[in-house]
Design a binder for this molecule. Structure first.
Ligand code: NDP
Ligand code: OXD
Length: 314
Protein backbone atom coordinates (compact mmCIF):
# COMPACT_ATOMS: atom_id res chain seq x y z
CA UNK A 1 0.00 0.00 0.00
CA UNK A 2 1.48 3.34 -1.06
CA UNK A 3 0.85 7.09 -1.21
CA UNK A 4 1.80 9.16 -4.26
CA UNK A 5 2.99 12.74 -3.69
CA UNK A 6 3.06 15.58 -6.22
CA UNK A 7 3.30 19.36 -5.97
CA UNK A 8 3.16 21.57 -9.05
CA UNK A 9 4.85 24.58 -7.45
CA UNK A 10 7.50 23.12 -5.12
CA UNK A 11 10.39 23.82 -7.49
CA UNK A 12 13.14 23.71 -4.83
CA UNK A 13 11.78 20.60 -3.09
CA UNK A 14 11.62 22.26 0.35
CA UNK A 15 7.92 21.52 0.83
CA UNK A 16 8.40 17.91 -0.26
CA UNK A 17 11.25 17.37 2.21
CA UNK A 18 9.20 18.77 5.11
CA UNK A 19 6.13 16.81 4.08
CA UNK A 20 7.95 13.50 3.57
CA UNK A 21 10.10 13.82 6.71
CA UNK A 22 7.04 14.47 8.86
CA UNK A 23 5.06 11.70 7.19
CA UNK A 24 7.92 9.25 7.77
CA UNK A 25 7.82 9.97 11.50
CA UNK A 26 4.03 9.90 11.72
CA UNK A 27 3.34 6.93 9.40
CA UNK A 28 6.62 4.95 9.26
CA UNK A 29 5.10 2.00 7.41
CA UNK A 30 3.57 4.12 4.62
CA UNK A 31 5.41 3.74 1.31
CA UNK A 32 5.60 7.30 -0.10
CA UNK A 33 6.46 7.78 -3.78
CA UNK A 34 6.83 10.95 -5.83
CA UNK A 35 5.24 11.38 -9.27
CA UNK A 36 6.32 10.35 -11.91
CA UNK A 37 8.19 7.52 -10.10
CA UNK A 38 5.06 5.56 -9.27
CA UNK A 39 6.68 2.10 -9.24
CA UNK A 40 3.92 -0.52 -9.30
CA UNK A 41 0.94 1.82 -9.77
CA UNK A 42 -1.51 -0.84 -8.59
CA UNK A 43 -0.12 -0.43 -5.04
CA UNK A 44 -1.04 3.25 -4.80
CA UNK A 45 -4.17 3.83 -2.70
CA UNK A 46 -3.62 7.44 -1.63
CA UNK A 47 -2.55 10.55 -3.54
CA UNK A 48 -1.47 13.82 -1.86
CA UNK A 49 -1.36 16.58 -4.46
CA UNK A 50 -1.21 20.22 -5.47
CA UNK A 51 -1.88 21.07 -9.15
CA UNK A 52 -1.50 17.51 -10.52
CA UNK A 53 -0.43 17.10 -14.16
CA UNK A 54 -2.85 15.65 -16.68
CA UNK A 55 -2.62 11.86 -16.82
CA UNK A 56 -1.65 11.33 -13.18
CA UNK A 57 -5.04 10.02 -12.11
CA UNK A 58 -5.39 7.82 -15.20
CA UNK A 59 -2.15 6.12 -14.13
CA UNK A 60 -3.56 5.07 -10.72
CA UNK A 61 -6.08 2.24 -11.09
CA UNK A 62 -6.57 1.47 -7.36
CA UNK A 63 -6.78 4.95 -5.86
CA UNK A 64 -9.19 5.15 -2.91
CA UNK A 65 -8.51 8.61 -1.41
CA UNK A 66 -7.31 11.95 -2.83
CA UNK A 67 -5.73 14.41 -0.39
CA UNK A 68 -5.50 17.98 -1.70
CA UNK A 69 -2.36 19.68 -0.33
CA UNK A 70 -4.33 22.93 -0.34
CA UNK A 71 -7.37 24.55 1.19
CA UNK A 72 -8.93 25.34 -2.18
CA UNK A 73 -9.83 22.52 -4.56
CA UNK A 74 -11.07 24.54 -7.54
CA UNK A 75 -8.18 23.54 -9.80
CA UNK A 76 -8.19 19.92 -8.67
CA UNK A 77 -11.91 19.65 -9.45
CA UNK A 78 -11.16 20.79 -13.00
CA UNK A 79 -8.58 18.01 -13.65
CA UNK A 80 -9.73 16.25 -16.83
CA UNK A 81 -8.92 12.75 -15.53
CA UNK A 82 -10.16 13.26 -11.94
CA UNK A 83 -11.93 10.01 -11.02
CA UNK A 84 -15.61 10.65 -10.28
CA UNK A 85 -15.91 8.06 -7.53
CA UNK A 86 -12.79 8.71 -5.40
CA UNK A 87 -13.44 11.01 -2.41
CA UNK A 88 -11.37 14.17 -2.03
CA UNK A 89 -10.18 15.64 1.27
CA UNK A 90 -8.70 19.14 1.48
CA UNK A 91 -6.44 20.70 4.09
CA UNK A 92 -8.24 22.34 6.97
CA UNK A 93 -5.76 24.87 8.30
CA UNK A 94 -2.63 23.05 7.07
CA UNK A 95 -0.63 25.74 8.87
CA UNK A 96 -2.36 28.45 6.81
CA UNK A 97 -4.67 30.05 9.40
CA UNK A 98 -1.94 32.03 11.16
CA UNK A 99 -0.25 33.48 8.06
CA UNK A 100 -3.65 34.23 6.48
CA UNK A 101 -4.73 36.09 9.64
CA UNK A 102 -1.47 38.07 9.54
CA UNK A 103 -1.97 38.89 5.86
CA UNK A 104 -5.52 40.12 6.41
CA UNK A 105 -4.49 42.13 9.49
CA UNK A 106 -1.63 43.70 7.51
CA UNK A 107 -4.02 44.73 4.73
CA UNK A 108 -6.60 46.10 7.13
CA UNK A 109 -3.98 48.09 9.06
CA UNK A 110 -2.58 49.42 5.79
CA UNK A 111 -6.00 50.67 4.71
CA UNK A 112 -7.14 51.86 8.15
CA UNK A 113 -3.92 53.81 8.78
CA UNK A 114 -4.19 55.38 5.28
CA UNK A 115 -0.80 54.13 4.10
CA UNK A 116 -1.64 54.85 0.45
CA UNK A 117 -2.35 58.49 1.29
CA UNK A 118 0.86 58.72 3.34
CA UNK A 119 2.93 57.08 0.58
CA UNK A 120 1.65 59.71 -1.90
CA UNK A 121 2.48 62.43 0.63
CA UNK A 122 5.99 61.04 1.06
CA UNK A 123 6.50 61.01 -2.71
CA UNK A 124 5.55 64.73 -2.72
CA UNK A 125 7.67 65.42 0.43
CA UNK A 126 4.54 66.51 2.29
CA UNK A 127 4.25 66.36 6.08
CA UNK A 128 0.63 65.20 6.00
CA UNK A 129 -0.74 64.97 9.52
CA UNK A 130 -4.40 65.25 8.54
CA UNK A 131 -4.91 61.77 7.03
CA UNK A 132 -8.11 60.51 8.66
CA UNK A 133 -7.46 57.69 11.13
CA UNK A 134 -10.64 56.58 12.86
CA UNK A 135 -10.46 54.21 15.83
CA UNK A 136 -10.26 50.49 14.96
CA UNK A 137 -13.66 50.04 16.62
CA UNK A 138 -15.11 52.36 13.98
CA UNK A 139 -13.41 50.53 11.09
CA UNK A 140 -15.80 47.90 9.75
CA UNK A 141 -14.19 44.89 8.09
CA UNK A 142 -16.41 42.48 6.16
CA UNK A 143 -15.10 39.04 5.30
CA UNK A 144 -16.64 37.03 2.48
CA UNK A 145 -16.49 33.51 3.94
CA UNK A 146 -16.73 32.26 7.51
CA UNK A 147 -14.80 29.01 7.16
CA UNK A 148 -11.45 27.84 8.49
CA UNK A 149 -9.31 30.73 7.24
CA UNK A 150 -11.95 33.45 7.41
CA UNK A 151 -12.83 32.57 11.03
CA UNK A 152 -9.15 32.75 11.98
CA UNK A 153 -8.80 36.13 10.25
CA UNK A 154 -12.01 37.41 11.88
CA UNK A 155 -10.76 36.35 15.31
CA UNK A 156 -7.44 38.15 14.76
CA UNK A 157 -9.22 41.34 13.68
CA UNK A 158 -11.54 41.22 16.70
CA UNK A 159 -8.46 40.82 18.94
CA UNK A 160 -7.13 44.00 17.35
CA UNK A 161 -10.29 45.93 18.10
CA UNK A 162 -11.90 45.99 14.64
CA UNK A 163 -15.61 45.77 13.98
CA UNK A 164 -16.01 42.53 12.00
CA UNK A 165 -18.79 40.88 9.97
CA UNK A 166 -18.73 37.73 7.86
CA UNK A 167 -20.87 36.52 4.99
CA UNK A 168 -21.30 32.80 4.33
CA UNK A 169 -23.81 30.35 2.93
CA UNK A 170 -25.05 29.31 6.36
CA UNK A 171 -25.35 31.26 9.62
CA UNK A 172 -22.29 31.32 11.90
CA UNK A 173 -21.68 32.11 15.58
CA UNK A 174 -18.20 33.55 16.03
CA UNK A 175 -17.37 35.57 19.13
CA UNK A 176 -17.70 39.30 18.53
CA UNK A 177 -18.50 38.84 14.83
CA UNK A 178 -21.81 39.63 13.12
CA UNK A 179 -22.91 36.86 10.75
CA UNK A 180 -24.66 37.54 7.47
CA UNK A 181 -25.57 34.64 5.23
CA UNK A 182 -27.14 33.84 1.89
CA UNK A 183 -27.59 35.99 -1.22
CA UNK A 184 -30.45 38.00 0.37
CA UNK A 185 -28.20 39.42 3.09
CA UNK A 186 -25.28 40.31 0.82
CA UNK A 187 -26.22 43.93 0.14
CA UNK A 188 -26.89 44.65 3.85
CA UNK A 189 -23.51 43.08 4.67
CA UNK A 190 -21.83 45.34 2.09
CA UNK A 191 -23.64 48.53 3.14
CA UNK A 192 -21.34 49.86 5.89
CA UNK A 193 -17.93 48.33 5.19
CA UNK A 194 -14.58 50.11 5.27
CA UNK A 195 -12.60 47.06 4.15
CA UNK A 196 -13.84 44.02 2.22
CA UNK A 197 -11.85 40.77 2.45
CA UNK A 198 -12.51 37.87 0.07
CA UNK A 199 -11.76 34.41 1.47
CA UNK A 200 -14.37 32.42 -0.43
CA UNK A 201 -13.65 29.17 -2.23
CA UNK A 202 -13.85 29.46 -6.01
CA UNK A 203 -17.06 27.77 -7.17
CA UNK A 204 -19.55 28.45 -9.97
CA UNK A 205 -21.54 30.59 -7.47
CA UNK A 206 -18.57 32.74 -6.44
CA UNK A 207 -16.75 33.13 -9.79
CA UNK A 208 -16.84 36.78 -10.86
CA UNK A 209 -18.67 37.83 -7.68
CA UNK A 210 -16.41 40.86 -7.25
CA UNK A 211 -17.76 42.81 -10.22
CA UNK A 212 -19.12 46.30 -10.91
CA UNK A 213 -22.60 45.48 -9.59
CA UNK A 214 -21.08 44.16 -6.36
CA UNK A 215 -18.74 47.16 -5.92
CA UNK A 216 -21.67 49.53 -6.35
CA UNK A 217 -23.19 48.10 -3.15
CA UNK A 218 -20.10 49.13 -1.16
CA UNK A 219 -19.66 52.55 0.45
CA UNK A 220 -17.48 54.98 -1.52
CA UNK A 221 -13.77 54.42 -0.68
CA UNK A 222 -13.94 50.80 0.55
CA UNK A 223 -10.59 49.00 0.46
CA UNK A 224 -10.42 45.50 -1.03
CA UNK A 225 -8.29 42.52 0.01
CA UNK A 226 -8.50 39.39 -2.16
CA UNK A 227 -6.54 36.40 -0.89
CA UNK A 228 -8.89 33.73 -2.23
CA UNK A 229 -8.70 33.22 -6.01
CA UNK A 230 -8.14 35.63 -8.90
CA UNK A 231 -11.28 34.44 -10.65
CA UNK A 232 -13.43 35.97 -7.91
CA UNK A 233 -12.57 39.36 -9.42
CA UNK A 234 -13.59 40.87 -12.74
CA UNK A 235 -10.27 42.66 -13.18
CA UNK A 236 -11.55 45.47 -15.43
CA UNK A 237 -14.27 46.23 -12.87
CA UNK A 238 -11.66 46.38 -10.08
CA UNK A 239 -9.64 48.91 -12.09
CA UNK A 240 -12.75 50.99 -12.87
CA UNK A 241 -13.81 50.96 -9.20
CA UNK A 242 -10.30 52.06 -8.15
CA UNK A 243 -10.26 54.84 -10.73
CA UNK A 244 -13.68 56.21 -9.81
CA UNK A 245 -13.02 56.03 -6.05
CA UNK A 246 -15.56 53.32 -5.19
CA UNK A 247 -12.52 51.33 -4.07
CA UNK A 248 -9.78 53.26 -2.28
CA UNK A 249 -7.14 50.51 -2.65
CA UNK A 250 -6.75 46.83 -3.43
CA UNK A 251 -4.34 44.32 -1.92
CA UNK A 252 -4.34 41.30 -4.22
CA UNK A 253 -2.59 37.97 -3.63
CA UNK A 254 -4.28 35.87 -6.32
CA UNK A 255 -4.86 36.36 -10.04
CA UNK A 256 -6.56 34.84 -13.07
CA UNK A 257 -3.12 33.95 -14.40
CA UNK A 258 -0.21 33.25 -12.03
CA UNK A 259 2.47 34.51 -12.13
CA UNK A 260 0.65 37.77 -12.98
CA UNK A 261 1.71 38.63 -16.57
CA UNK A 262 4.07 41.66 -16.80
CA UNK A 263 1.57 43.53 -19.01
CA UNK A 264 -1.28 43.35 -16.51
CA UNK A 265 -2.42 46.85 -15.40
CA UNK A 266 -2.50 45.79 -11.73
CA UNK A 267 1.32 45.87 -11.64
CA UNK A 268 1.52 49.62 -12.14
CA UNK A 269 -1.75 50.86 -10.66
CA UNK A 270 -0.88 53.29 -7.84
CA UNK A 271 -3.66 51.96 -5.59
CA UNK A 272 -2.82 48.28 -5.96
CA UNK A 273 -0.52 46.19 -3.77
CA UNK A 274 0.45 42.86 -5.29
CA UNK A 275 1.67 39.82 -3.40
CA UNK A 276 2.66 36.58 -5.19
CA UNK A 277 0.03 34.09 -3.90
CA UNK A 278 1.95 33.83 -0.66
CA UNK A 279 -0.67 35.08 1.81
CA UNK A 280 -0.78 31.67 3.47
CA UNK A 281 1.68 29.05 2.30
CA UNK A 282 0.88 25.46 3.25
CA UNK A 283 3.21 24.13 5.97
CA UNK A 284 4.59 20.77 4.80
CA UNK A 285 4.89 19.31 8.30
CA UNK A 286 1.37 20.35 9.34
CA UNK A 287 -0.10 19.11 6.05
CA UNK A 288 1.62 15.78 6.77
CA UNK A 289 -0.12 15.59 10.15
CA UNK A 290 -3.57 15.84 8.56
CA UNK A 291 -2.65 13.40 5.78
CA UNK A 292 -1.17 10.89 8.25
CA UNK A 293 -4.29 11.08 10.42
CA UNK A 294 -6.55 10.70 7.39
CA UNK A 295 -4.57 7.65 6.20
CA UNK A 296 -4.87 6.08 9.68
CA UNK A 297 -8.59 6.91 9.83
CA UNK A 298 -9.16 5.49 6.33
CA UNK A 299 -7.43 2.25 7.26
CA UNK A 300 -9.46 2.03 10.48
CA UNK A 301 -12.74 2.77 8.70
CA UNK A 302 -13.24 6.07 10.54
CA UNK A 303 -14.48 9.37 9.13
CA UNK A 304 -11.77 11.54 7.53
CA UNK A 305 -11.22 15.31 7.91
CA UNK A 306 -11.67 17.86 5.14
CA UNK A 307 -14.24 16.07 2.98
CA UNK A 308 -14.95 18.00 -0.22
CA UNK A 309 -18.55 18.09 -1.35
CA UNK A 310 -18.24 18.09 -5.13
CA UNK A 311 -21.81 19.40 -5.50
CA UNK A 312 -20.97 22.50 -3.46
CA UNK A 313 -17.52 22.78 -5.04
CA UNK A 314 -15.59 23.14 -1.76
P1 NDP B 1 -13.68 26.91 3.96
O1 NDP B 1 -14.34 25.90 3.09
O2 NDP B 1 -13.34 26.52 5.35
O3 NDP B 1 -14.60 28.21 4.04
C1 NDP B 1 -15.32 28.67 2.96
C2 NDP B 1 -16.36 29.68 3.42
O4 NDP B 1 -16.97 30.26 2.26
C3 NDP B 1 -17.49 29.04 4.23
O5 NDP B 1 -17.82 29.85 5.32
C4 NDP B 1 -18.65 28.96 3.24
O6 NDP B 1 -19.93 29.05 3.82
C5 NDP B 1 -18.39 30.19 2.40
N1 NDP B 1 -19.02 30.07 1.09
C6 NDP B 1 -18.77 29.17 0.11
N2 NDP B 1 -19.58 29.38 -0.94
C7 NDP B 1 -20.36 30.43 -0.62
C8 NDP B 1 -21.41 31.12 -1.28
N3 NDP B 1 -21.83 30.76 -2.51
N4 NDP B 1 -22.00 32.14 -0.66
C9 NDP B 1 -21.60 32.52 0.59
N5 NDP B 1 -20.60 31.91 1.29
C10 NDP B 1 -20.00 30.88 0.68
O7 NDP B 1 -12.38 27.41 3.17
P2 NDP B 1 -11.00 27.97 3.79
O8 NDP B 1 -11.32 29.06 4.73
O9 NDP B 1 -10.17 26.85 4.27
O10 NDP B 1 -10.31 28.54 2.45
C11 NDP B 1 -10.94 29.55 1.69
C12 NDP B 1 -10.21 29.79 0.38
O11 NDP B 1 -9.00 30.51 0.61
C13 NDP B 1 -9.74 28.56 -0.37
O12 NDP B 1 -10.80 27.96 -1.09
C14 NDP B 1 -8.67 29.10 -1.28
O13 NDP B 1 -9.21 29.49 -2.52
C15 NDP B 1 -8.16 30.35 -0.53
N6 NDP B 1 -6.77 30.19 -0.07
C16 NDP B 1 -5.83 31.10 -0.46
C17 NDP B 1 -4.54 31.02 0.01
C18 NDP B 1 -3.52 32.03 -0.35
O14 NDP B 1 -2.34 31.88 0.01
N7 NDP B 1 -3.88 33.11 -1.01
C19 NDP B 1 -4.12 29.93 0.91
C20 NDP B 1 -5.19 29.05 1.25
C21 NDP B 1 -6.45 29.18 0.77
P3 NDP B 1 -20.50 27.89 4.80
O15 NDP B 1 -19.60 27.95 6.03
O16 NDP B 1 -21.88 28.31 5.10
O17 NDP B 1 -20.36 26.61 4.05
C1 OXD C 1 -4.68 26.90 -1.11
C2 OXD C 1 -3.76 27.89 -1.66
O1 OXD C 1 -5.82 26.82 -1.55
O2 OXD C 1 -2.56 27.85 -1.34
O3 OXD C 1 -4.27 26.15 -0.20
O4 OXD C 1 -4.19 28.79 -2.40
Amino acid sequence: MALLYYSGTDKDGVFERRFRDALKTLSPSLDVRTWPDVGDAKEIRFAALWLPPEGLFDALPNLTHIFALSAGVDRLLKAADLPADVPIYRLEDGGMSTPMSEYVLMGVLHAHRQMHVLADAQAAKQWKRDAAEPAAADWHVGILGAGVLSSAAAERLVMNGYKVSTWSRTEKHLNGVKSYFGPDQLSTFCGTLNTLVCLLPLTPDTTGLLNAEFFNQLPEGTSLINAARGEHCVDDDVITALNDGRLSSAMLDVFHEEPLPPTHPFWTHPKVIITPHNAAPTAGNIAAQQVAKNVADALAGRELAGFVDRNKGY
